[in-house]
Write a protein that binds this ligand. Structure first.
Ligand code: G1P
Length: 272
């Protein structure tokens, strides 16, 4: 049973400066709800029971956002307010599900995931990048269904314009069905010439817990960081089954300023 979602949150958020200089970018509001809550709600609706947030000392405001009991209690003691009471109840629900681990040095997503190894006992776990929002259809739910059907690992994917392949992890594919295919290989940010397809990796992965062994042994790659893509490549090479889930929802990139602004507009339209 897939129970855990791991969310890397230790990044600097430089693409969203100055907005992210004081407030972690994952707490910035998108249509009245923090980016991170959009992700949490998607996961909870998909049946996830436990979250591991990988933060850093710089990003302790994320902890405070969810664990600010004194503040809520003092406000609610002064006046009964239904809205605030409901918010506090929702936060208490989240509190039971969240654990924090620290990655104080920016050593890559692979290194971040390794920090969670003590806590995950199941065979697979979900990992999400909060920069990547998917609306209209619950992508995590689709992926969990594909994982149950195939028993394999799953990566969310969508077709991107060929000229943009060097911004993404790109999948080499076989046995394509309507909504999924088998992944033969993954190439991180290839040149147009070397891209094996234009199916891009979007920030949602169902990974085998065995990936921790690979990550432990991996040498830092590009930019001195331990990359999750390198570990996935090795697992596929060893015969681990990985599937691309061509998700039905709409992708929103809220990791850049323009994308962040557009995400708010798109979600507002959706909710009308
Ligand atoms: C990361 C992954 C990349 C993936 C992308 C999705 O890249 O390394 O494979 O396509 O997320 O958003 P980043 O956005 O951190 O450069």
């Amino acid at each position: 049973m897939l129970k855990h979602a791991v969310i890397p949150l230790a990044g600097f958020g430089t693409r969203l400066l100055p907005l992210s200089s004081i407030t972690p970018k994952e707490l910035l509001p998108i249509n009245g709800k923090s980016n991170l809550e959009h992700i949490l709600d998607e996961c909870i609706e998909a049946g996830i029971k436990k979250f591991i947030f990988i933060i850093s000392k710089r990003k302790e405001n994320i902890k405070k956002y969810f664990f600010n009991d004194q503040f809520y209690k003092s406000i609610l003691a002064k006046k009964k307010n239904k809205r605030i009471n409901n918010i506090y109840k929702k936060l208490k629900k989240y509190q039971k599900m969240i654990k924090f681990v620290y990655q104080n040095k920016p050593k890559g997503t692979g290194d971040a995931i390794l920090k969670c190894r003590k806590y995950i006992k199941e065979s697979h776990f979900l990992m999400l990048f909060p920069d990547d929002l998917i609306i209209k259809k619950n992508c995590s739910k689709e992926m969990i269904a594909l994982h149950k059907k195939t028993k394999g690992s799953v990566i969310a994917t969508k077709i991107v314009k060929r000229k943009t392949v060097s911004r993404w992890g790109i999948l080499s594919i076989k046995d394509k069905k309507k909504n999924f295919f088998t992944i033969k290989d993954v190439v991180e940010k290839p040149s147009l010439k070397l891209a094996p397809s234009n199916y891009a990796v979007i920030g949602r992965y169902i990974l085998p817990t065995g990936i921790m062994h690979k990550l432990k042994k991996l040498k830092p790659g590009q930019g001195g960081e331990v990359h999750i893509t390198d570990a996935i490549k090795e697992l596929i090479f060893d015969g681990e089954k990985f599937y691309g889930n061509i998700f039905k929802g709409k992708y929103l990139d809220c990791g850049t300023l323009n994308g962040y602004i557009d995400s708010g507009i798109q979600i507002a339209k959706e909710k009308k």
